[in-house]
Design a protein around this ligand. Sequence first.
Ligand SMILES: Nc1ncnc2c1ncn2[C@@H]1O[C@H](COP(=O)(O)OP(=O)(O)OP(=O)(O)O)[C@@H](O)[C@H]1O
Length: 326
Amino acid sequence: MNAIETAAGTRKRGGRAGTDGERAGAGGGRTGTGEASGAVSPCFSVRSLGYVSGGKTILRDISFDVYPGERLGVIGPNGSGKSTLLRLLSGHEPPSNGTVELLGRPIREYPRKRLARMLAVLQQEALPPVAYRVRETVGMGRFPHQNWLGGSDAAGEFAIDHAIRRLHLEHLQDRPLEKLSGGERQRVALAKAMAQEPQFVLLDEPTTYLDYGHQLALMDSLLEWQAERRLTIAAVLHDLNLAALYCDRLLVLHRGEAVACGRPEEVLDGELLRRVYGMEADVFPHPHTGRPQVLLPRPGLHGRPGSPLASSSGPEGAANERGGEP
Ligand SMILES: Nc1ncnc2c1ncn2[C@@H]1O[C@H](COP(=O)(O)OP(=O)(O)OP(=O)(O)O)[C@@H](O)[C@H]1O
């Protein structure tokens, strides 16, 4: 059964993974890569992905593609399976069902070091507050490019300098991570990923801890970095407005299922917010970009029985709500 149609109830949104409809939509967006018009092969190809842990189904029957030069935003409520999906995409864990391929090859078949040269992964709270200094930490991004003797070469030093400048960390270079704020450590983690010089980047909530100004600066740094190196990015983002502004397409997870995938303007509307997030809010086009932007409702509408805090998560929860078998 089509997971998107199933979970969406009456309405199908965006495209189903691997369909022509989805490919046609993949090139839209701020930078307008225009590459996913049908002839381009995907870099990530995910088919019928499922993940079960401790007897609980965390992800079910998820299929989608990510195309070269694309920015895919993964959105969904807390516990919907976004981080789990990113872990499976990165090859860190095997799926219980289905496949994840990178450039046509199962991701878990890549030798570790080769994969690390191609793919950077930024986990949630990627850097603990330890004694390593900022420059040293950014330099760790070069490990996949070094031989067993270690040490950095001119190209490595250049990549480290470039990443530090891009994330505006020059003044913090010699400071230990334990003496940085959470937001500063977040920027160091991204600089480390940049120094790695990957082709593909997976980011799990890269804007956590950042104020609005720093969120926008970080997202703009990502755009510049992407344009420079023709990166492909998949990012879990909680802020729907940021996701709609910066991503070419959005993949929406709800209780472990993919309920929509398409351009932000195809996916993000009041009905989706109500059904997936349990919130009543209006969506307006951004005055400069036309991208959908969520206007939060007046206070006092959501702290009642049936609010998202009271509802269950996971595909089983969704099935129970539908009154049927999972
Ligand atoms: N190792 C695990 N074993 C069992 N359940 C897990 C495991 N890891 C996560 N879960 C559960 O799987 C579900 C999805 O978790 P995940 O972290 O992927 O969600 P998420 O969408 O990233 O959430 P958030 O937005 O809160 O970060 C949650 O209900 C979580 O409690």
